[in-house]
Design a protein around this ligand. Structure first.
Ligand code: VG1
Ligand code: CO
Length: 611
């Protein structure tokens, strides 16, 4: 192939948000739009991470992915990349990309230096919906701000890009390597099984000829001698104990991939490896438009699962499963449900942390530390304190956890936005979270698998509250509000922070049953590893009784602005931990809406989504 140099000019608005660049498909389809961003990314990376390097290109399979992959492959070839790895049909979940970067070794010993992930995560897909692209680094995690800032700066000055126009489209539906020869030598496109590397990481079974890259990350569980080979079994999870749980007649399970890429993993892991029934999987065929749905695993959008779990308005058909879970489009998010019971993501990460050492082999030697994003409830803080673990509070977005993990400071972390994960990779991991919960259930029921009734998800959560207290928690999202109005609302909240007596006067005028604000600020984070500072990460009002109100503007939307309001209240008194959370939080919600003048600024009398 030949290398073509094309002239181009900057296009406005290519600033990567919380998790990459996300826009409507029609925006991405504009001439040079994708090309400019991809070239700006190549130009932001060190030369040796491009020239002669191996990069991964894949995503959640949403509409426009296949076209985008062909364009990126041609641009990679022209920019001197040595080989591109593509998951079959262009499918790789975000956590699987992270695993592939960290673990996969090519036939010739090659390792990937980074990845373009094609996803807009939980945003809908299709010709009139969203597309997205982000870059992940050699550690498997999202590019840090220093890089995304550079990419953005490049998009504002770009004059040219490089593309191999005569390179034929590659068949990404067939596994195998296709080689081309170009001016700087060979260029390969390697299409591989989307699930293999990821499954291996979850349940690593390794023989002497197939040694994993980062031995320190694994726990040795069993050493088995076969007739002629010494086999060693390394795992994150104890698949046998999960299998036992799933085969118990008392246990039943339901997994909803919302037609996202999790479907490409669910059958392999839950059915083939763990023996779940095929009928346990719903919406597990990945679709370009997610079946017309909103692939966001929460009580609003995962309707089918919610109904099956007995949480919907109408009564469920058939028996309600013991355990249910859902994923978002790119499978890095998870929602965990018990029978007629919702586990808040903030509780989920706290419960996983509290049980990890006993229930999950990977953590058997202890947790290095735990971390949460700022708006996530303080349930994890209480566990960290009780178990004497290192604890970190970072801004929203997974990229901030990566540095802590690379420095060996954090094992388990989570966000209130249905994101949970660990240092086995550098992204949040939806299927990992489900396996973590199944492991905890298996552990709690290990002597009880044939007993009268199993210890349920709800039992585990209530037991946790009884031990650590409960953080009542809710999030209100106001989607697609006028961007200028959203800015004004936020500016007003910052202005109010100048005088706490004034704030407290307003609050006591609204409710007498809400405590005083003792501190208010804009969250700012100094990374303890590299010292970098991230400012304006959300507005906080902290109350005397430990309650919190947090206001943030979303960084993942593609149109207008989304205001997120996070509301939290801590209850230690065990006689008061069983209330309905919307009831318990009603006074604080009232204060939040009036203090922020939500309706006045946005014209909205109710949020778009409550989680
Ligand atoms: C949202 C969530 C945040 C999450 C991000 C990416 O960001 O609040 O916690 O890390 O999405 O998730 P924002 O800026 O819209 O609040 V995903 O599943 O897109 O990778
Ligand atoms: Co996602």
């Amino acid at each position: 192939f030949k290398v073509n140099r094309k002239e181009t000019a900057p296009i406005d608005g290519q600033k990567p948000g919380t998790s990459g660049l996300r826009k409507k498909v029609v925006v991405f389809k504009q001439p040079n739009y994708l090309h400019n961003f991809v070239q700006s990314t190549f130009n932001a990376l060190a030369t040796d991470k491009v020239k002669g390097a191996t990069i991964v290109v894949s995503g959640d399979g949403r509409y426009f992915s296949k076209d985008a992959i062909q364009i990126i492959v041609k641009m990679a070839a022209a920019n001197g990349v040595r080989r591109v790895w593509v998951g079959k049909d262009g499918l790789l979940s975000t956590p699987a990309v992270s695993a592939v970067i960290r673990e996969r070794v090519g036939a010739d010993g090659s390792k990937a230096s980074g990845a373009f992930i094609l996803t807009a995560s939980h945003n809908p897909g299709g010709p009139h919906e969203d597309f997205g692209i982000k870059y992940n680094m050699e550690n498997g995690g999202p590019a840090p701000e220093a890089i995304t800032d550079k990419i953005y700066a490049n998009t504002k000055t770009i004059k040219e890009y490089f593309i191999a126009e005569d390179l034929p489209d590659v068949d990404i539906s067939t596994i195998g390597v296709t080689s081309f020869s170009g001016p700087e030598g060979n260029f390969d496109v390697d299409v591989f099984d989307s699930a293999e590397d990821y499954v291996k990481l979850m349940k690593l079974i390794v023989d002497a000829n197939d040694w994993p890259q980062n031995l320190a990350n694994y726990s040795v569980c069993t050493i088995v001698w076969s007739d002629d080979v010494q086999m060693q079994f390394w795992t994150i999870f104890d698949f046998q104990s999960i299998q036992k749980l799933l085969s118990s007649p008392k246990f039943s399970f339901c997994y909803d991939a919302l037609h996202g890429v999790a479907g490409a993993y669910a059958n392999r892991i839950f059915v083939e490896e763990l023996g779940a029934k095929e009928s346990s999987l719903i919406n597990c065929t990945p679709k370009e438009d997610f079946g017309g749905g909103h692939p966001d695993p929460n009580l609003t959008y995962a309707k089918e699962l919610v109904a099956r779990m007995g949480l919907g308005k109408s009564s469920p058909q058939g028996e309600v499963p013991e355990f249910g879970a859902a994923a978002d489009g790119d499978a890095d998010r998870n929602m965990i449900l018990g029978k007629r019971f919702f586990v808040t993501p903030s509780d989920s990460v706290a419960i996983i942390a509290a049980n990890a050492v006993q229930a999950i082999p990977y953590f058997a030697s202890g947790l290095k530390g735990v971390a949460r994003s700022m708006p996530t409830s303080a349930a994890l803080d209480v566990v960290a304190k009780n178990l004497n673990l290192k604890f970190f509070e970072v801004p929203t977005g997974w990229k901030f956890f990566g540095n802590l993990m690379d420095a060996g400071l954090c094992s388990v972390c989570g966000e209130e936005s249905f994101g949970t994960g660990s240092d086995h990779i550098r992204e949040k991991d939806g299927i990992w979270a489900v396996l973590a919960w199944l492991s905890i259930l298996a552990f709690k029921n290990k002597d009880n698998i044939n007993g009268e009734s199993l210890v349920s998800v709800e039992d585990i959560v209530r037991q946790h509250w009884a031990t650590y207290g409960r953080h009542y928690y809710t999030r209100y999202d106001y989607e697609n509000v006028d961007a200028a109005a959203a800015k004004e609302l936020m500016a007003n909240l910052v202005k109010l922070q100048a005088s706490l007596p004034e704030v407290n006067k307003i609050i006591s005028g609204i409710r007498s049953d809400v405590s005083n604000v003792v501190e208010a600020d804009e969250f700012e984070y100094k990374d303890p590893v590299d010292g970098s500072v991230s400012k304006h990460q959300g507005i906080r009002y902290l109350f005397a009784d430990g309650s919190r109100l947090v206001f943030r503007l979303s960084g993942t939307g593609s149109e207008g602005a989304t205001i997120r309001l996070y509301i939290e209240q801590y209850e230690k008194d065990s006689s008061k931990i069983g209330r309905d959370s919307q009831d318990a939080l009603a006074p604080l919600v009232d204060v939040a809406l009036k203090l922020s003048k939500m309706q006045e600024f946005t014209g909205r009398s109710a949020p778009t989504v409550i989680t």
